[in-house]
Design a protein around this ligand. Sequence first.
Ligand SMILES: [Zn+2]
Length: 129
Amino acid sequence: MARLQILELPSGVDDDRPPFVLVVDETSYPDAEVHLAAETWWRQFASDIGARGCIVTDDTFDIPANDLSAYREAVVDGENGSPDFTSPIAGRIEVRQPCPYCGDRQMIPRSQYAEHVVRLHPLEPGSNA
Ligand SMILES: [Zn+2]
């Protein structure tokens, strides 16, 4: 089955959004005539959506920026499909919660929240000091 992808191009100074090429790969049209008709249709579609160009090919056209498989494999535990919070990528995500006792409702990393309340707000409920 054909795949649709966007190949982003470097922006120029006058671009208000990144220029891109529409890539339609892994096509499988029965003959050259059908392929040509489909390619014409895709080129018009690409033009309509503001693409700078269009590539239509039977081959596989892998765009590294569109490859999210490494991320998916890194954060999903292979055994049960649930998130793997020990992965290096997942470890970069920091969950924070607002401190109800700080005047500016400071966002405290969840892993440091209990220590924060004990240290800065020892007289508040939730502090076991
Ligand atoms: Zn606080």
